[in-house]
Design a protein around this ligand. Structure first.
Ligand SMILES: NC(=O)c1ccc[n+]([C@@H]2O[C@H](COP(=O)([O-])OP(=O)(O)OC[C@H]3O[C@@H](n4cnc5c(N)ncnc54)[C@H](O)[C@@H]3O)[C@@H](O)[C@H]2O)c1
Length: 363
């Protein structure tokens, strides 16, 4: 949403009327007419975590839709290469810094019309390895972003995660289901709890002052540029298959997941922020095509025509004693469909094709 004053709107309309009444073709439009028209449509979005996997695709989507962008990222898990091709665009500004630096966030929020807040510690491996940073990064960063968006009433979207459903067993997961997480002594749940607290804070701002905020619970999202470095399963399997190395399945492999293509997700994210009826809501986004991790490994081997074998490691061997995982994680997508007409269009085969093509090209 771009808000303009009545006076500004009148001035723009009169310029437009003048332009239309002149017997001029499009190519003779003056710079000021062009600027006036751009003023109405051009919005400036701040994307935190914009150099990350989903963030970089979101930036491309927003640019395609005519947005101006500020990308804020500390490159902790993101990579500058993800956005290097965007930096020369006159509509893009890149800031390498952390969302926990409040003065800078205050200024960037003031400069923009809306905020997509994706910056976060991500990946089970990272969460297990850096428990303090995970909690601080997620909660402190979100608190700062929300406080400044609330002050200036800037629409903001916050990415949460299907992890908040914890050990829930009601499949598919509906947004208003009860959540069941593990004991606080098990670090795995720190990510889910920090993201839940983010959600509470978003909804509190909505309740208290009707701040335009959308909360999106993302289910496993995959596609080009995702790194397997932090425990993401598809890039990890594809890399092993292309190298002819064993694909390591954690646990028995009967646990299942649903994978969505990042191209579907970023379109959903933009609609969630642009649609006022989605504000004040928590909404699942993903794909509901379910696959066990064992079947996934077999499909990756088939799609890459690899001779790799599948090996198993127990969760304890990978993450240490007491690690808990969820058996199934299927999103209920009815709310997303009703609010913004969301429909995942890409299949798991599409995802594998794109990830394999990217990794092959990089070999
Ligand atoms: N990929 C998924 O399957 C998935 C699933 C659920 C939720 N999410 C959420 O989606 C968002 C994006 O995740 P992603 O998969 O693209 O991961 P990613 O690691 O590629 O992106 C996160 C980005 O945030 C940046 N970042 C981290 N801390 C920061 C800080 N303090 N200041 C500035 N930048 C910081 C990282 O450098 C990175 O570029 C995250 O909020 C994540 O919790 C992703």
């Amino acid at each position: 949403m771009t808000y303009i004053t009545n006076e500004r709107l009148k001035a723009l309309l009169s310029q437009l009327a003048e332009f239309c009444s002149n017997d001029l073709t499009y190519k003779y439009a003056t710079a000021s007419h062009a600027a006036a028209i751009t003023d109405i449509t051009m919005q400036h979005a701040l994307v935190t975590g914009g150099a990350g996997f989903i963030g970089s695709h979101l930036c491309e989507q927003l640019l395609q839709q005519g947005y101006q962008l500020t990308i804020l990222d500390d490159l902790s898990t993101g990579r500058f290469q993800n956005i290097a091709h965007l930096e020369s665009d006159a509509n893009v500004r890149v800031v390498i810094d952390s969302v926990i630096h409040e003065d800078m966030v205050k200024q960037l929020v003031a400069d923009c019309d809306c905020v997509y807040h994706l910056a976060s510690a991500v990946g089970v491996q990272l969460i297990m390895d850096q428990p303090v940073k995970t909690i601080e990064n997620i909660f402190v960063g979100t608190e700062i972003v929300l406080r400044h968006c609330a002050r200036l009433r800037k629409p903001v979207l916050v990415t949460s995660t299907s992890e908040v459903y914890g050990k829930g067993i009601a499949v598919p997961f509906h947004e208003d289901d009860d959540v069941v997480t593990g004991a606080t002594s098990k670090h795995r749940w720190a990510y889910a709890c920090a993201k839940s607290l983010d959600e509470f804070l978003c909804l509190a701002h909505w309740k208290q002052s009707r701040m335009p905020v959308s909360v999106v619970r993302l289910f496993n999202t995959v596609g080009p540029r995702q790194t397997g470095q932090y425990g993401m399963v598809i890039p990890r399997f594809v890399q092993a298959a292309l190298e002819g190395a064993p694909l390591t399945v954690y646990g028995g492999g009967i646990q299942s997941r649903c994978f969505a293509h990042v191209a579907d997700i970023v379109q959903g994210l933009v609609k969630m922020l642009e649609t006022p009826s989605a504000h004040g809501q928590v909404v699942n986004l993903g794909n509901d095509e379910e696959v066990t991790i064992m079947e996934l490994a077999q499909r990756v081997i088939a799609a890459t025509e690899s001779t790799s074998e599948i090996q198993h490691l127990s969760y304890e061997e990978v993450y240490g004693a007491g690690f808990e995982d969820m058996e199934r994680r299927v999103p209920a997508l009815g709310r997303a469909r009703e609010l913004v007409g969301y429909q995942a269009t890409c299949t798991l085969d599409d995802i594998l094709r794109d990830v394999i093509a990217e990794q092959r090209a990089a070999m």
